[in-house]
Ligand binder design. Structure first.
Ligand code: WTA
Length: 653
């Protein structure tokens, strides 16, 4: 357990919603009770009600849950709909002129896009995709800056039944290539670049590099012109976005797809070196997105919702690109870094656009907290009425700062536990009803059956005893499979408890009030600044360097990133004097940055003659973790080949 977790153990402050908030909330106590009662009495009936109520169906469904091939579940399988229709067209009757997206570029340019304009632009781009030969079921990679065009590209794919896979713009050419090839994608949609941190992110250059290394499935590349700096275009393969839409109609009939038709793939790290393509459905995913936007974020007609996540992550899918639009809301998109021109940028955007719901990650909160209260105090944050956090457990200190300095002690904080795989919030407070506790994601949402169980799958009833976090019943927004690897889906998520429960990969405990406290990952997955990285991924990147023979990577607590990466490296040649070689360390850090992306760069690298291994050759990760964290060594070190290694690993020789 990290010190982070220890400190939350003593946390028992309770923050009920203010009366004012509760009175205006979408879900009031009586609604909340009714939802839970219905879900408890008739679980599938509950979800069927929600699906009928919240989604527009082209062909209504008659089946709700098909569990005949568990754990391959199907929801609403004989129904048909279109996700983009549900996010756009259905709002045109009563909110055609309402702002769907408020965009602000890093350099300060602002664009407001109404539902009518967005529908037109999505339709036009969908026609452009068709003109380039994209059909229903084809995979399209989106590697874009945070501009409305990223959302337009996603929605356009959904409109014609194409399956998108967004690759975060911070991932390297190598990571992009792996994802293109795993998905066997036909097209890449990218940009000449994006503005971030005062610089241009060279997306097209990275995309060219990925394709140069061999991506045989790619037929064309659409390039959105954002920065207007010079980039090479390859004849016959690359086409500018503005040329692709030229002459295309702004009418495009949505393609009606089956409820289970894959909407998108999103790659995420697991315990092995290869990221997995998490496959989401159309109807079930959208249902999770819309209900949680309404229940957890209390998204109402006059709200302005700013979720700061990039669309390259699941949070940006569900709380930027799909959920707010499905609910008919207004979403803010900001292109750049939080520190440009200074670290007051987030608060300035909140003031300028009258943001009422603000959702970000603990790592951002901690980074901004460190800079003090002066910056946020310079801005009028009175429009904000609800705050949210996601990605990792939030430490109570950061929670209280967020509550006081940003929320002025008026705004509920929704700490939302969920995953790429779950598609939508799972354990989170419904803000007008559930009192919050700093550091706890509170209780499962109605219709979500979460529990903490022991090694044998028995529910742990003792308060505060840690165990495996599991979901005991299938739910509509869950992943359907790992793209192209059914076995990996079964092995990763259903390996224990006779395949009965979905294994989240997190450990957790429940307190005396039944509140959930997430304690961390149980697998070899790191959570750096709220982003998942497999230790194996980073290790594979390190050993791909010509000078590295072996590498082992562990996480250690970091006061801004939550967790940082510590790499133990064995070189092919001689170990550097004293285990330190600054130049090589820089080189390896950059190398990992190129292989995966800057977020994967190890914070510390230590060189030793060998790695600590058991007799069977397994790396003693616990020992490495203890050392990285400056803890007492709890493993049996008697099997180590020589004592020197221990001293080397500790940086003492
Ligand atoms: C962690 C992000 C504590 C957890 C939506 C989970 C959290 C992983 C929280 C998923 C939270 C996410 N409290 N831990 N509120 N939210 N996590 O797939 O370990 O990028 O399994 O999805 O982040 O990360 P992912």
């Amino acid at each position: 357990m990290s010190s982070n977790i220890d400190s939350v153990l003593i946390e028992d402050r309770l923050f009920p919603p203010t009366e004012e908030f509760a009175a205006k909330a979408r879900i009031k106590q009586a609604d909340f009770d009714a939802l839970h009662k219905r879900a408890d009495e008739d679980y599938t009936g509950f979800w069927a009600d929600q699906a009928r109520d919240m989604l527009d169906w082209h062909k209504p469904f008659s089946e709700v849950l098909d569990d005949s091939r568990a754990p391959h579940f199907k929801w609403f399988a004989d129904g048909q709909l279109n996700v983009s229709y549900n996010c756009l067209d259905r709002h045109l009757a009563d909110r055609a002129d309402k702002t769907a997206i408020i965009f602000e570029g890093e350099q300060g340019d602002v664009r407001k896009i109404s539902y009518q304009q967005l529908t037109d632009e999505v339709s036009q781009f969908a026609n452009a995709l068709k003109a380039q030969g994209i059909e229903s079921g084809d995979r399209v990679i989106i590697y874009m800056p945070m501009t409305p065009e990223a959302v337009i590209a996603m929605q356009a794919c959904a409109r014609i039944g194409a399956i998108h896979s967004v690759v975060f713009g911070g991932f390297s050419a190598e990571s992009l290539r792996d994802r293109i090839n795993d998905a066997a994608a036909k097209m890449v949609i990218t940009a000449d670049g994006g503005h971030r941190g005062g610089k241009i992110v060279e997306l097209k250059a990275a995309s060219d590099k990925a394709l140069d290394h061999g991506c045989p499935s790619i037929e064309s590349v659409i390039v959105y012109q954002r920065t207007k700096h010079d980039i090479p275009m390859q004849d016959g393969r690359d086409i500018w976005w503005h040329d692709a839409i030229k002459g295309q109609s702004t009418q495009c009939d949505p393609v009606w797809v089956d409820a289970e038709h894959p909407l998108f793939l999103l790659y995420t790290s697991g315990s092995t070196g290869k990221p997995k393509g998490i496959q989401h459905s159309s109807a079930g995913y959208l249902l999770g997105a819309i209900v949680t936007n309404k229940w957890v974020f209390d998204l109402q007609d006059d709200d302005v919702f700013w979720c700061t996540a990039d669309v390259g992550w699941i949070t940006g899918h569900t709380y930027v690109a799909y959920g707010p639009l499905a609910a008919g809301g207004t979403a803010v998109i900001y292109e750049g870094a939080p520190t440009v021109p200074d670290a007051g940028r987030f608060w300035k955007i909140c003031e300028d656009h009258k943001v009422s719901i603000f959702y970000t990650a603990p790592t951002a909160i901690r980074a901004l907290m460190k800079l003090g209260d002066d910056l946020p105090n310079q801005y009028d944050l009175s429009s904000i009425r609800l705050l949210g956090t996601v990605g990792e457990p939030i430490n109570p200190e950061a929670w209280i700062w967020y509550h006081k300095t940003i929320g002025k002690e008026r705004c509920p904080i929704v700490d939302t536990w969920w995953q790429t795989e779950t598609g939508a919030n799972m354990i989170a407070p419904i803000p007008g009803v559930v009192a919050t506790k700093p550091g706890s994601c509170t209780i499962p949402l109605p219709g979500i059956a979460a529990d903490v169980v022991d090694e044998d799958g028995n529910s742990i009833t003792e308060a505060n005893k840690g165990g495996y976090l599991v979901i005991t019943k299938p739910f509509p927004s869950m992943l359907r499979t790992v793209w192209g690897d059914e076995q990996r889906y079964v092995d990763t998520y259903w390996p224990k408890f006779g395949g009965k429960y979905y294994l989240a990969g997190d450990s957790a405990r429940k307190d005396k009030d039944g509140y959930f406290w997430i304690m961390g990952r149980i697998d070899d997955v790191l959570n750096v600044s709220g982003h998942r990285l497999g230790t194996m991924e980073v290790e594979s990147a390190l050993v791909a360097h010509e000078r590295v023979a072996e590498a082992a990577v562990v996480g250690y607590p970091h006061d801004v990133k939550g967790e940082a990466i510590f790499a133990y490296v064995v070189l092919k040649g001689k170990r550097p004097e004293g285990g330190v070689d600054e130049a090589l360390t820089q080189e390896l850090r950059n190398w990992v940055g190129e292989q995966i992306g800057p977020i994967a760069k190890p914070d510390q690298i230590r060189y030793s003659d060998n790695l600590p291994k058991t007799r069977s050759g397994k790396i003693m990760r616990r020992l490495l973790r203890n050392i990285a964290r400056g803890e007492e060594i709890t493993s049996d070190t008697s099997t180590l080949e020589n004592e020197d290694i221990l001293l080397q690993l500790q940086g003492k020789a």
